[in-house]
Design a protein around this ligand. Structure first.
Ligand code: SF4
Ligand code: SF4
Length: 556
């Protein structure tokens, strides 16, 4: 079977030095187990899991230790057997560099599994059964921000998904985890993709691989031969062809709308590592416990890809790769284009940790100082989203955030291609991140103000309604009293005409009339006192009081 060339080309993009050689010289290496595993209860987008184990409890490998209720969330499992020695806040692999809740396990060295079984013949299983297994296995996307895969598969789609795309582009320099995974576990990836296709009822699977990975292309071809619904496609190696929207466009020509998802154009996109994790969960009953992580950079002597249990401290991983600590100037998680610096080495590997670069000054010399924009337009030439990076820079720097929004700052995927080619060494993405952060804060503030305004209006309207109700009740009382007086007077007149005795003083109508007369007298006396204190004319009030007194007397 010949490899098909992807029918479309990446818009914009840059050719960057690959630096992939050193970590692809050996097969995936197993990792000697760390003594302590720090397992974060949140390792991806979504809600944090709640620990369901206690300090001192012995746990087995694969045992669930964190449970979730939210839709966008995944449970967390022990990645080896041992004893829970702490549950608390620890630094984690996240750009925010905030601490997060972790369960710390002291490994017993046995790596003893909890009981688990899979479904060998998954073709016969219902979609709901497969979905439940994927959710319960705690699988999250291993290529990007790590959206929980079970949730992603369950999102109701407006457009039916007909294509499953396996994103094997891996276009960032230095990262080779997917490349090695494809070379060594191609069948697992293909089977994982078939499971997803079955769940979604899709028609075909496209596996997209950059042409700088010939061994991976060959392995994927071998694994999918005789499966007519699978197409392996190669495309030009150009950054950022691995961004989901760009991958889908290159392979299918379908353009994902701004602020939309690839499923809006009928394509479900997943990373090769995620597909392999789905296979292991469904067929072997194994939760998501480890991933392939590239360890590279001139700061390690054993650059390679390691199979790393989640929770392994990065320091342990780097020591296994024979880190030359004195040479390392910077530790980067992810690639040099979209990754970020790690503040310390005790941070654990999580589901999204695809690469650690132990960088020396030779790898990444300090950037030259930022210069003024010379309006060369190079940045616009390479933007894969066809934005105007120079304008976005201007609006971000001058805090004209509304204009930055009008120029679609939101669509920027922060790939850094513009900054890479900028002759003035302007860290463009940093400006965009700043502007996006400010816009998000302003939106939050505006929403908060709107909520406060609505609350105030509701409160004012409630008070006005209460006042109106009170007035209505007062008028009703007055009407009832007037009616009672009227009725009492009529009864008295009737009795006098008939020579009968007046109605009994305790008749209800009479009592109400008497009470009303007394109340009216009291109110008039109060008004009189106030008028006297104010030095006003009281003659009319005095006359009214005399009348009321006579009325009160009538009922005595
Ligand atoms: S590449 Fe740099 S210098 Fe050239 S227009 Fe863009 S921001 Fe300005
Ligand atoms: S970082 Fe944003 S503006 Fe720059 S090239 Fe990438 S998508 Fe375009």
């Amino acid at each position: 079977m010949t490899v098909q060339r992807a029918p479309y080309k990446l818009i914009g993009g840059v050719h960057v030095p690959e630096h992939k050689q050193s970590s692809t010289q050996s097969p995936i290496k197993p990792l000697a187990l760390a003594k302590r595993l720090i397992i974060p209860m949140l390792q991806h987008i979504g809600e944090e899991a709640k620990p369901i184990v206690k300090i001192g409890e012995h746990v087995l490998k694969g045992q669930k230790i964190g449970e979730v209720r939210a839709f966008v969330a995944t449970p967390v499992h022990a990645t080896t057997s041992g004893t829970v020695v702490d549950i608390g806040l620890y630094p984690v692999d996240h750009p925010s560099q905030l601490d997060a809740l972790c369960v710390v396990i002291e490994a017993d060295g046995k790596d003893e599994w909890a009981a688990h079984t899979g479904i060998k013949d998954y073709h016969l299983a219902e979609a709901q059964t497969l979905l439940a297994i994927i959710r319960e296995a705690g699988i999250a996307g291993m290529g990007g921000a790590g959206f929980p895969t079970g949730s992603k598969l369950q999102v109701k789609q407006q457009t039916p998904v007909d294509i499953v795309v396996i994103n094997a582009m891996e276009c960032e320099p230095y990262i080779t985890a997917d490349d090695l995974l494809m070379r060594e576990r191609a069948t697992e990836i293909v089977e994982g993709a078939n499971i997803v296709k079955q769940i979604l009822g899709a028609k075909k699977i496209i596996i997209g691989i950059e042409d700088n990975k010939p061994q991976a292309i060959n392995a994927m071809q071998q694994a999918s031969q005789s499966q007519a619904h699978i197409q392996v496609m190669s495309c030009q190696s150009k950054y950022p062809s691995g961004a989901a929207r760009q991958t889908v466009y290159i392979l299918t020509g379908r353009e994902t709308p701004a602020n939309g998802r690839t499923t809006d154009v009928g394509v479900f996109c997943l990373n090769v590592g995620t597909a392999a994790a789905i296979y292991r969960a469904v067929v072997h009953g194994e939760p998501s416990l480890s991933r392939i992580t590239t360890v590279t950079g001139l700061g390690v002597q054993q650059a390679a890809n390691y199979d790393v249990p989640f929770g392994t401290p990065i320091e342990h991983l780097l020591n296994q790769a024979q880190a030359q600590w004195s040479k390392i100037s910077r530790l980067i998680v992810g690639g040099p284009m979209m990754g970020y610096s790690l503040p310390q080495v005790q941070i654990p590997v999580v589901k999204t940790t695809n690469c650690i670069i132990a960088a020396t000054l030779e790898d990444f010399p300090p950037p030259p100082p930022e210069q003024a924009c010379i309006r060369c337009g190079d940045c616009a030439q390479v933007c894969p989203v066809q934005l105007l990076p120079q304008q976005l820079l201007w609006f971000s720097k001058s805090a004209e955030f509304d204009k930055a929004e009008q120029y679609h700052l939101d669509d920027c995927i922060e790939c850094g291609a513009c900054a890479y080619v900028c002759p003035s060494s302007i860290p463009l993405v940093q400006y965009y991140r700043y502007a996006k952060g400010e816009i998000a804060t302003q939106k939050q503030e505006a929403e908060k103000a709107e909520r406060a305004r609505l609350r105030f209006e509701a409160h004012t309207s409630r008070l006005a309604q209460e006042e109106a109700d009170k007035e209505a009740r007062r008028q009703a009382r007055e009407q009832a009293a007037a009616q009672a007086r009227e009725e009492a007077a009529q009864q008295a007149a009737l009795a006098s005409q008939q020579g009968a005795a007046p109605p009994a003083k305790d008749s209800k109508a009479l009592m109400i009339a008497a009470a009303t007369a007394r109340s009216n007298l009291k109110k008039a006396e109060k008004r009189l006192l106030a008028a006297q204190q104010a030095g006003e004319d009281t003659s009319a009030l005095l006359a009214e009081i005399e009348q009321l007194k006579a009325e009160v007397k009538k009922y005595e």
